[in-house]
Structure formats: structure tokens, C-alpha cells
Design a protein around this ligand. Structure first.
Ligand code: AVI
Length: 320
């Protein structure tokens, strides 16, 4: 680990138990459904990075372009002295554009992520490229209560939640996250990326890429269950399914049984009929006005909005 990074301990064993409990619960309910947070082990995080570079997956490059063009304006909303908390930090690629626009000696950076090894390697890379930057990584599920380091004297606490990761929450989870963020960012604000409602063909292609990287990302959830929890199921028993559901303005990802089969987990047997699915993710698409109304109900005051010429993606400043 590089000097200057204060490391907070991961809780790996507890996380594994949680995965087993959640998978049992997921397979017991009708329809079967699990939280997408279990995509992101080390393999899953790397597959997600590959998704971000796919030609069909427009959100990452569109958001990066918005950050490149408007980082100075975004940084100006944040203030002079900032404790910058990135929720679900991942590869720490986008935050660099913000950090470049903020005075380094007056920023403390707190990346929060559930995947410890991935966060550690991303922080080491960042520390090498930004000498002198105070970095305090925190391994945690940021949707639950977590203990952020105290705010440095005179600093505003500002959240950064890019990538439209909020789209992966249910509306109730999104509301709960926004309320939690509004409370812990009081006096500061939140810069958040959201994916906008658009042509269904564009959306369908983004989640059904020609190289099959999204399929591998989805199927990795069951590979984790096999490797980490000893789950047993037939090879080729599940396939990737992703489609746009206009009733809920969301892409849905599922793992679909290719034939009638049994999945064994910790002494329990869960049967799937042919075509039955385990729902693994939804990815909500918003309108700017709809999202701002939700943020306002949670305690934010909507501010500036930056969007691309196609209006495919937006970054929103929300005052807390
Ligand atoms: C992380 N999240 C915003 C991605 C999305 O687009 O919903 C996850 C993803 N799933 C499939 N491709 C990308």
C-alpha cells in the first residue's frame, strides 16, 4: 500500500455469509430476484470496466465527455474546501476529471466501495498520479449506515455518484439512498449521473453487446455462487437475458434457465422450469424533471444540469 492512504478494514467473511443468505432468499421468492451488488467481485468489477469501453455502451463515454467539458463549472458548485465522497468508487476514472478541477491541497477524497481489493488497487493508482492528495478509502456498502471520516474543519462534504448507478436501485432504494445522502451531505451537495429515457433500440444494444461481455458479467454472479458458496448447477444451464421494460422505464437483466434444472445451494435444492429467470438487475432510465422531483422529496434542492447534445445522459448538481 502506498504511504498516505489510510486503509479501513474490509469484512470479507461477513460479506460471504450475506451473499449466501441473500442468494437463498433470492431463490426462495417468486419471481426469483437478487441484488445486483453481487456482480462486483474482482472478476465482475473487471468485466464491468470492459463494458464501459464497449461501443454499444454509451453511458460511460457520454458522462466522461460531460465531465471533461464541464468539470470546472461542476467544481465551482462544490466550494473552496471539500471532502469529496465517491459512492461506489470502482475504477476511480471519472473522479480524476473533477480532482483536476479542484485545488488538490484543499480536497480530502473518500472513495467508498464494497469490493476491497479493487478499491485498494484503484487507490494505489490514484495516489501515484496525485501525490499529496489525502485519500481515505472506505470498504462498505454505502446504501447502509457507514461511518465516514469526520469532515475537515471548514470543508463542505460533497458526494459524487456517477455512472447512473442509482438506476440499479428500486425506486424505494433510490429514495432511501437520496435521503441518507442528503443527511450526510448537509451543507454541501451531490453531483450525480443519471441515464435518460431514450430510443429503445439504443438501450437494447447497450445491454446486449456483440462481444458478449455483458452476458459474461451477468453469468459471473452464478460463477461466484459456484466458487464461493459451492453452488451446483448444470453447465450451460443459464443464459443472459436483457430487455427494456417500458412500463417501468428500465432495462431488466435476468439469468434464464435454458431447460428444466436444479440449483443446489448449501443443502437446499431450488428448481427452475425452462425459461424461468433469476432477475439480477434493473437499470432505470429517468427524465431530468422526474429525477429532480425525487431528489427534492428526499431533501435536496436541484441546481445545475449538464447534458449531451443527444440528451442521452445527464449530470445533476443537487444542493443538500
Ligand atoms: C453500474 N450500472 C449503472 C450499470 C448499468 O448500466 O445499469 C451496470 C450494467 N449492467 C449491465 N451493463 C452495465
Amino acid at each position: 500500500m502506498k504511504p498516505g492512504i489510510e486503509w479501513r478494514q474490509p469484512r470479507a467473511a461477513a460479506e460471504n455469509e450475506q451473499f449466501a443468505d441473500d442468494l437463498h432468499a433470492a431463490l426462495s421468492r417468486t419471481p426469483k430476484a437478487i441484488s445486483p451488488k453481487y456482480f462486483y467481485d474482482e472478476v465482475g468489477s473487471k468485466l464491468f470496466e470492459r463494458i464501459c469501453d464497449l461501443p454499444e455502451y454509451y453511458p460511460t463515454r457520454t458522462e466522461l465527455a460531460l465531465l471533461q467539458t464541464h468539470a470546472t463549472d461542476m467544481a465551482a458548485q462544490m466550494g473552496e474546501r471539500v471532502q469529496l465522497v465517491e459512492y461506489g468508487a470502482g475504477a476511480l476514472r471519472k473522479v480524476r476529471l473533477l480532482l483536476d478541477a479542484l485545488p488538490r491541497e484543499r480536497v480530502e477524497f473518500v472513495p467508498v466501495d464494497i469490493s476491497g481489493p479493487h478499491l485498494l488497487s484503484a487507490c494505489n493508482g490514484l495516489a501515484g498520479d496525485y501525490p499529496g492528495l489525502a485519500i481515505h478509502p472506505l470498504v462498505a456498502d454505502f446504501t447502509r449506515q457507514h461511518a465516514l471520516p469526520a469532515r475537515p474543519a471548514g470543508a463542505r462534504r460533497v458526494g459524487f455518484f456517477p455512472g447512473s448507478s442509482i438506476g440499479n436501485f428500486t425506486p424505494a432504494e433510490a429514495d432511501a439512498f437520496l435521503r441518507l445522502a442528503a443527511a450526510e451531505l448537509t451543507g454541501g451537495g451531490l453531483l450525480i449521473g443519471i441515464d435518460l429515457v431514450k430510443d429503445h433500440e439504443v438501450l437494447h444494444a447497450a445491454y446486449n453487446d456483440a462481444q458478449g461481455v455483458t452476458a459474461a458479467f451477468n453469468l459471473n454472479l452464478l460463477e461466484r455462487a459456484r466458487n464461493e458458496l459451492g453452488a451446483e448447477f448444470p453447465a450451460g444451464g443459464f443464459e443472459h437475458l436483457a430487455f427494456y421494460n417500458p412500463a417501468y422505464c428500465r432495462i431488466e437483466m435476468h439469468l434464464r434457465a435454458t431447460r428444466p434444472l436444479a440449483l443446489q445451494l448449501g443443502g437446499e435444492i431450488y428448481s427452475f422450469h425452462e425459461g424461468e429467470t433469476l432477475h439480477t438487475e434493473h437499470s432505470h432510465k429517468y427524465t431530468v424533471a422526474g429525477f429532480q422531483a425525487m431528489a427534492e422529496r428526499a431533501g435536496f434542492r436541484p441546481g445545475k444540469v449538464w447534458t449531451d447534445a443527444n440528451r442521452w445522459f445527464a449530470l445533476l448538481w443537487l444542493q443538500a
